[in-house]
Design a protein around this ligand. Structure first.
Ligand code: HEM
Length: 392
């Protein structure tokens, strides 16, 4: 027996935030869940564990990528050999050959001239580790995916999504090389545009994997009534898009080394709004090439995200609704507070160089904020039956 929308809206107050009765539950289950009798919850659990493990390695990859950048190691391997590149130099002659190739690029000549082989090995291992982890993620994704598919453990509709994530992962490897290439001739570091693209795709992959893993939880198949308003639901998605924009802006801060100037807070050059925000023409070039504007934009969007996340968490807490929704909003708001503090500390303690520990905490913190934003948006979208009100 399915309930009509009117009956649903007339559901008793006591049901809000509670599990739905069976009839209502069936009606509001995601389509894929209803249409897949052969996939059991035990299979879902196995697939979900695998996806959470993938999310953990992608997170680790984001940290290792940050360490590779912060130790200036990213240009130490000057060629792209997707398969053979997994084997590091094994003999003294191999090391000399790899070092000789590095000596040909501008970064060595202009920044690291005279570097010892031992120092070269340190930067080589960071870049090699980053690429090796990328290969490992590819295998850890593709092999179980093929096995789950062959066993028929994947719910209908899930296979193409997972294949899409796998393809994006492959593309990410190519984008990584495209980024490295930009630093091999003429420049001593990589293009900030390509770095931003590489970081953004990493975050998108993380977000997709988290979403797909959450979608397999038994909890998701227990829809609850909620009094969430349309405005609150939209706000959750606005936060997702603002956090992603903030990540892109952060990548531009990192890619242009804009964190090494204006190391004061809350003022920049003694002002809340510094001079020199629009010195380049045309005006829009300032967004991605003017380090004053790049840092100012990253600060400003941080304040907007912070204010919105706190307001959103408070507005949901007052609604006394499904506690899964209000709890994720609070966790998200707290993560944003910590992330902003880490960003400010990174800036204040950067004396000619970003402190590696803080830089990594801020990069990892960005990934955690992003995952929580996705988690919260998932909660307001899936597993709930909205009893919509007209206004916020
Ligand atoms: C919502 C809050 C924030 C988020 C999600 C965020 C995210 C990010 C991300 C993803 C990056 C690039 C990752 C990296 O390469 O390190 C970054 C870089 C950076 N952010 Fe933030 N950020 C936030 C707030 C702040 C604040 C409030 C400040 C300082 C006022 C700040 C200062 C910096 C600096 C200095 C860098 C460059 C670090 C480097 O070169 O390694 N961030 N941020």
């Amino acid at each position: 027996m399915a309930l009509s929308r009117t009956q649903l809206h007339a559901a008793p107050q006591a049901l809000k935030g509670k599990l739905l009765p069976q009839a209502l539950k069936e009606k509001h289950l995601p389509q894929a869940v209803r249409a897949s009798p052969q996939a059991t919850s035990a299979h879902d659990a196995a697939v979900a564990v695998w996806l959470w493990a993938i999310a953990a390695i992608v997170f680790l990859m984001i940290i290792v990528g940050g360490a590779t950048r912060l130790t200036d190691s990213g240009l130490s391997i000057t060629e792209w050999r997707p398969i053979l590149g997994a084997i590091p130099p094994l003999s003294a002659a191999d090391w000399q050959s790899a070092f000789a190739k590095y000596k040909e690029i501008p970064e060595y000549k202009l920044v690291n001239a005279g570097m010892s082989l031992e120092d070269f090995k340190v930067i080589f291992w960071w870049e090699w580790g980053h690429r090796f982890l990328g290969r490992l993620i590819g295998l850890a994704f593709a092999i179980p995916l093929a096995a789950f598919w062959a066993l028929g453990w994947l719910r209908p509709g899930l296979t193409p999504k997972l294949v899409g994530v796998l393809a994006l992962g492959g593309l990410q490897g190519a984008i990584g090389w495209y980024m490295v290439q930009s630093g091999l001739v003429e420049r001593v570091d990589v293009s900030q545009y390509r770095l931003a693209l590489h970081l953004t795709v990493a975050f998108l992959i993380l977000g997709m994997v988290v979403w797909l893993a959450l979608d397999l939880a038994p909890d998701t198949r227990s829809p609850r009534l909620t009094t969430l308003t349309v405005a609150q639901r939209r706000r959750a998605w606005l936060i997702v898009s603002l956090v992603l924009s903030q990540v892109v802006l952060g990548a531009f801060v990192a890619g242009t080394k804009a964190g090494l100037v204006y190391n004061t807070w809350p003022l920049m050059d003694g002002r809340l709004v510094p001079n020199g925000l629009l010195t380049l023409a045309p005006w829009y070039v300032n967004v991605t090439e003017n380090i004053t504007a790049i840092q100012f934009n990253h600060r400003t969007v941080a304040y907007v995200v912070l204010a919105l996340a706190l307001w959103h968490a408070m507005s949901l807490a007052r609604a006394e609704d499904d506690e899964r929704i209000s709890r994720t909003a609070v966790v998200l708001a707290l993560a944003v507070v910590v992330q902003a503090v880490l960003g400010i500390a990174t800036l204040l303690l950067a004396h000619g160089r970003i402190p590696i520990g803080l830089g990594l905490a801020h990069q990892g913190g960005g990934a955690i904020v992003w995952a929580f934003a996705v988690w919260h948006a998932f909660r307001v979208t899936r597993g709930t039956v909205v009893k919509a009100r007209a206004s916020a």
